[in-house]
Write a protein that binds this ligand. Structure first.
Ligand SMILES: [Zn+2]
Length: 189
């Protein structure tokens, strides 16, 4: 290992769904009976190494299509923490694309799964994680649902994403009112 790999680090901008290793995604596809664009782990590892942005989108779409159950999310987070620790990343601030998941899992299921993955991962590997719900500004209705759900349960660290066009068209004030509400509990988010 070189000096950069071994030095202690923090990572303050990483997207959970895009940072899951190929083996973990392959295992979730197997468990869930979902087909990936290729059939063997070795082919999947090759496919997973994206070559350009369009290929990255194909990889991302295939990978996120197998992230389905609470067990998947807990498993993903635990393995994410393991991989961060292996790179001597002591602390990570992790974006989670909450806007894309409304409808897949209930908020309480998702939060419980994240919590379980974090506590298993931190206990085993010692690297710490906090989440930032990444709320797409152009999906305003979903954004409000996300904010309400996170505000009601957790500390409201939040982030907005979107194209410049959406930023101009949809000002942040429309959803920031949700943020002004006091959170009921403070926890790991
Ligand atoms: Zn980003």
């Amino acid at each position: 290992m070189n000096r950069i790999q071994t030095m202690p680090k923090v990572e303050i901008h990483v997207h959970l769904e895009g940072a899951i290793d190929a083996e973990t995604v392959f295992e979730m596809a197997r468990r869930n009976g979902k087909r990936l664009p290729v059939s063997t782990l070795s082919e999947w590892k090759d496919f997973y190494r994206f070559t350009n942005f369009s290929h990255f989108i194909d990889v991302y779409a295939a990978a996120t299509s197998v992230m389905l159950t609470p067990d998947d999310w807990s498993f993903m987070v635990e393995n994410f923490v393991k991989n961060q620790a292996a790179q001597n990343i002591l602390y990570s601030e992790v974006f989670i694309s909450k806007s894309m998941q409304t409808g897949c899992l209930s908020n309480s299921e998702l939060l419980a799964a994240l919590s379980e993955g974090v506590s298993k991962g931190e206990k085993q590997y010692g690297s710490r994680v906090k989440f930032i719900p990444d709320i797409s500004r152009h999906m305003l209705k979903r954004g409000k649902v996300c904010l309400n759900s996170f505000c009601s349960a957790k500390r409201p660290d939040s982030s907005w994403s979107g194209s410049r066009r959406n930023r101009a068209r949809i000002p942040p004030g429309s959803i920031s009112r949700c943020l002004l509400r006091k959170p009921k509990r403070r926890d790991y988010i």
